[in-house]
Design a protein around this ligand. Structure first.
Ligand SMILES: [Ca+2]
Ligand SMILES: [Ca+2]
Ligand SMILES: [Ca+2]
Length: 225
């Protein structure tokens, strides 16, 4: 019975010690992490472009940024932004290519922290990178050839090659346009993954004697500017 009491006492002390450690840990986290800042910028901005005024948005004066040796802490290899502690601003340090950073993922963002010392403060910063229409849709092959019999049934379909556009949303491929002609109409489809492809549908029989070769142009069009 006495032994059981001793065990219980030890267990209680162990729990209390760990509870204290947990309290200290929670306290440190609360102390270190303050305001969360979020900025949105376009991709491909020139180096030196303004991202945001960190001093103003964190409510810190420039003296505090200097005395706290404010700096960026990041786990990334590329430091896309730089802190100008003397002006309190965050500027673009490296080319930010949304396509390279996020591919098809939207929204696209990266994060880092602003660290200040004496007393220590850690402010998480998230930068959302907005897409610009800097890629045109392209086909892998510039030339497609079909051999079609004059006797091909009306309604016969000929799948055309899809075009790729590395941008997202409105800046991605929107639709295809086929040279106006009397033999074929264009039918457009969307794959389950959202990619678009088109096919030509025969609507008027071909006449080899009248026209042995028909040359058409397929255009892939993206949105945006
Ligand atoms: Ca880009
Ligand atoms: Ca883009
Ligand atoms: Ca595009």
């Amino acid at each position: 019975m006495e032994l059981e009491e001793q065990h219980r006492g030890r267990g209680e002390r162990w729990r209390m010690r760990h509870l204290k450690e947990l309290c200290v840990f929670v306290f440190l986290c609360l102390h270190l992490t303050k305001a969360q800042i979020r900025y949105s910028i376009q991709e491909e901005l020139k180096t030196g472009s303004l991202v945001g005024n960190i001093a103003r948005d964190l409510g810190l004066d420039l003296k505090r940024l200097r005395s706290g040796r404010a700096r960026i802490v990041t786990g990334e290899n590329i430091q896309y932004t730089e802190l100008h502690a003397d002006k309190g601003t965050l500027i673009v340090n490296e080319r930010i290519d949304r396509e390279q950073l996020c591919g098809d993922v939207t929204p696209c963002s990266f994060t880092f922290e602003i660290l200040l010392e004496n007393p220590m403060e850690l402010h998480p910063v998230t930068i959302e990178v907005l897409d610009v229409n800097d890629n045109a849709p392209t086909f892998q092959n510039n030339h497609l050839e079909f051999e079609i019999s004059e006797s091909a049934a009306l309604g016969s379909r000929f799948v055309l090659e899809s075009a790729d556009d590395a941008d997202v949303g409105q800046n991605d491929l929107q639709n295809y346009v086929l040279t106006s002609n009397e033999n074929f109409v264009l039918k457009q489809h969307v794959n389950p993954d959202g990619s678009k492809y088109a096919e030509m549908v025969l609507q008027k029989s071909l006449d080899r004697e009248k026209q042995p070769r028909l040359s058409l142009k397929l255009l892939a069009v993206d949105g945006g500017n």
